[in-house]
Design a protein around this ligand. Structure first.
Ligand code: 3PG
Length: 215
């Protein structure tokens, strides 16, 4: 993704600060889910690499709708990074901070969200030049109070909390100015009909509008 696409990602997340996760082994189901999310107003999607066919799903989503911004999540190794890029991933998410993955993405201008959960990890990411990180697993890593503490010292770092986010606590996370967007799987329950997924996306957007009236 070029610098311009990075701006597109920022712009989308400014208006709809939610990144739903798709964890589907079936590519057709992955596409159906992505299109339902888009119909509900969410067009930045993370396909997690947790099944054999996840990358086929990512590729299929990209082919099905060029307007979606589709990233790869659960990227654990450089090999997975290469495979995700070949499949068309437009951004990369990892549960932790692996320097070679972050460095390669930074060097090649690929938006990357490595996971952090301690001040030391945030500081290391900051020193590498990263200004946006995933906060994972958000609910276990201290949740909203921890993010407030981070924001006080890492003043220009933005966070994407993920892990334990739901319609019930989304508003609390999105109320924090340091939160770029919230990620999660609550929007894509296994086996859900497209109408259900679409409804969950709409509900999340309505919550976001409450948390950020001017967004
Ligand atoms: C992730 O990979 O970010 C998490 O597994 C998402 O956590 P959740 O399932 O609690 O949303």
């Amino acid at each position: 993704m070029s610098g311009t696409c990075l701006e597109q990602l920022d712009t989308r997340l400014a208006t709809a600060p939610i990144v739903p996760l798709i964890a589907e082994n079936d590519a057709e189901r992955a596409v159906e889910t992505a299109l339902a999310l888009k119909a509900g107003g969410l067009s930045v999607i993370e396909v997690v690499l947790r099944s054999e066919n996840a990358l086929a799903g990512l590729d299929a989503i990209r082919c099905a709708d060029a307007d979606l911004i589709v990233g790869a999540g659960t990227v654990l190794t450089l090999d997975q990074l290469a495979a995700a890029r070949s499949a068309g991933a437009q951004f990369i998410v990892s549960p932790g901070l692996l320097d070679p993955i972050a460095e390669l993405c930074l060097a090649e201008n690929i938006p990357v969200f490595p996971g952090v959960m301690t001040a030391g990890e945030v500081q290391r990411a900051y020193a590498m030049g990263l200004r946006t990180v995933k906060f994972f697993p958000a609910s276990l890593a201290g949740g909203v109070p921890m993010l407030k503490a981070f924001a006080a010292v890492f003043r220009d770092m933005r966070f994407m909390p993920t892990g334990g986010i739901s319609a019930g606590n989304l508003v609390d996370y999105l109320a924090l100015p340091s939160v770029l967007a919230c990620g999660g799987s609550w929007l894509t329950p296994r086996g859900a009909e497209p109408e259900v997924t679409q409804g969950l996306a709409r509900e999340a957007l309505a919550i976001a509008a409450t948390a950020r009236p001017s967004g």
